[in-house]
Design a protein around this ligand. Structure first.
Ligand SMILES: *Cc1c(COP(=O)(O)O)cnc(C)c1O
Length: 393
C-alpha cells in the first residue's frame, strides 16, 4: 500500500477528559491543597466506594500499589505462594515478588478468557495435599470482562483462601448485577492513562473491611505511629494519591457510565463491521455479566482467515494505527521462568492459544466513526477468507 502522507495516529486507549477535571483541580490549587491527601482524595474515595457499593476505598498512587497493599494486608511473605491469572499484565503479579513470595499461574478458560475454575480447583487440591495452600488468589477481569466468579469464589471459600480481584481493567463492569471489583476480600482499580477513566496515574483499593483499609492507609503513608514525633515500628510505603490527581479522578468518575457505553458501542460497531468475516472471533461476554469492553479484543483463526495476526498488526503499524497482541501470559515471561502453571486442560493451554491468535483494536471512548472506519477498512483490505491476491507496491 502506498501512502506518502502520514495519517494521524490512532491510539489503542487514550485518555478522554470530561471537562470537569479542571474544576476540581482548580479547587485544589485555590485552596492550596497541593499535597498528597486532602478534600479531593476523601471525596474521590467516598464517591468511588458509593459507585461500586462497598464500605470503603483507599486512593493510592497506582493499581500496582493497591495490589501490593492487599498482599501486605494478607501478610503474604517469604515462603508463601499466591495464585494469579496468567493471561494479564505483569503488574498483577509483580507485587507477589515484592513480598518475596512465589506466584503460581492459572490458565484462562474460553468463555471469559479469565481464570479457569477447573485449573484453579486442580491447583488448590494439589496445594492442599502438599500442605501449602496459597495466601491469596489474584483474579483478573481481562479487558473489562468478569471472570467466572461464582465458581472461583466457591472454590476459594472451600479452601479458605482470600481473593484479590484485580479489576484494574473492569471498572464499571458487572457480574450478575454486582459491580466488578467487589466480589473478593479486596478489589483493585487502576487510573493509569490507558484505563477506562484516569487520573494520569493512580489506583484504588476497595473492601468492606474498614479496619483493613485503615491499616492500608497507615502502610501507604510510611507507617507512621500515632505520636507527635516521627516514630515507626513497621515498614511502610509512600503510596497515597495526590489531592490534585484525585480532582481529575472526581471529574472522570462523573462520566464513567458514558465511558462504558462508548466503549461498548465501539465494540458493537467492530462486531457489525468485521464479525461476518471468516476467521474473526470476538471476545465473548459471559451471560448475566456486563463487560465494560475496555479493549475490543478478537482472535484470528489463521487457517480460516488466510491472514496471520502478524500481517494484520504490521499493516496497522504501517497505517499509524496502534493495535496490540493480547497480553503475553505470565507463565511464558522470562521473569517468571520456572514458576508453576496450571493449564485449563491437562494437555492444552488456553492462554497460550489466546496470545498467539489475539488482537486488541483501538478502543478509546473518544474514537471517532471516521477512525473506526479507517481501522475496519485496513482489516478488510486484507481480504480475509479470500485467495491471496498479489499486492503491488
Ligand atoms: C493496568 C493494570 C494494572 C496496574 O495498574 P497501574 O495503575 O498501572 O499500576 C494491574 N492489573 C491489570 C490487569 C492492569 O491492566
Amino acid at each position: 500500500m502506498i501512502s506518502s502522507v502520514k495519517k494521524s495516529r490512532i491510539f489503542l486507549s487514550p485518555p478522554h477528559l470530561s471537562g470537569n477535571e479542571a474544576k476540581y483541580m482548580q479547587e485544589a490549587i485555590e485552596t492550596n491543597w497541593i499535597a498528597p491527601l486532602g478534600p479531593n482524595v476523601d471525596a474521590f474515595e467516598k464517591e468511588l466506594a458509593d459507585y461500586v457499593g462497598v464500605s470503603g476505598a483507599v486512593a493510592v498512587s497506582s493499581g500496582t500499589a493497591a495490589i501490593h497493599l492487599a498482599l501486605s494486608l494478607l501478610e503474604v511473605g517469604k515462603g508463601d505462594t499466591v495464585f494469579c491469572s496468567s493471561l494479564t499484565f505483569v503488574a498483577s503479579a509483580n507485587p507477589i515478588l515484592y513480598q518475596g513470595a512465589e506466584p503460581v499461574f492459572i490458565d484462562s478458560e474460553p468463555d471469559t478468557w479469565n481464570m479457569s475454575p477447573k485449573a484453579l480447583e486442580r491447583a488448590l487440591r494439589d496445594a492442599k495435599l502438599q500442605g501449602r495452600l496459597p495466601k491469596a488468589v489474584i483474579v483478573v477481569n481481562l479487558y473489562g470482562q468478569s471472570a467466572k466468579m461464582d465458581e472461583i469464589v466457591s472454590f476459594c471459600n472451600e479452601y479458605e483462601v482470600p481473593i484479590i480481584e484485580d479489576a484494574a481493567e473492569s471498572l464499571g463492569a458487572t457480574y450478575k448485577g454486582i459491580p466488578s471489583g467487589t466480589l473478593g476480600k479486596f478489589g483493585v482499580f487502576s487510573f493509569n492513562g490507558n484505563k477506562i477513566i484516569t487520573t494520569s496515574g493512580g489506583g484504588m483499593l476497595v473492601s468492606n473491611d474498614l479496619e483493613a483499609l485503615n491499616r492500608a492507609r497507615f502502610l501507604a503513608t510510611q507507617a507512621r505511629d500515632f505520636a507527635p514525633h516521627y516514630q515507626h515500628s513497621t515498614m511502610g510505603y509512600n503510596y497515597r494519591m495526590s489531592n490534585v490527581l484525585a480532582g481529575i479522578g472526581r471529574g472522570q468518575l462523573e462520566v464513567l457510565e458514558e465511558r462504558v457505553q462508548a466503549r461498548r458501542s465501539v465494540f458493537s460497531k467492530y462486531q457489525v463491521e468485521l464479525g461476518h468475516l471468516p476467521g474473526i472471533y470476538f471476545m465473548p461476554e459471559l451471560k448475566d455479566s456486563k463487560s465494560n469492553r475496555w479493549l475490543t479484543a478478537l482472535t484470528i483463526d489463521e487457517k480460516e482467515a488466510g491472514v496471520s495476526v502478524k500481517e494484520i498488526l504490521d499493516l496497522m503499524t504501517n497505517e499509524n494505527i496502534e493495535a496490540r497482541p493480547v497480553w503475553k501470559p505470565l507463565h511464558l515471561q522470562p521473569l517468571f521462568r520456572g514458576m508453576k502453571y496450571y493449564s485449563h486442560h491437562e494437555t492444552y493451554s488456553v492462554s497460550d492459544q489466546l496470545f498467539e491468535s489475539g488482537i486488541c483494536l483501538p478502543s478509546g471512548s473518544n474514537l471517532t466513526n471516521e477512525e473506526l472506519i479507517r481501522i475496519v477498512d485496513c482489516i478488510k483490505s486484507l481480504n480475509l477468507g479470500c485467495e491471496k491476491v498479489q499486492q503491488y507496491g
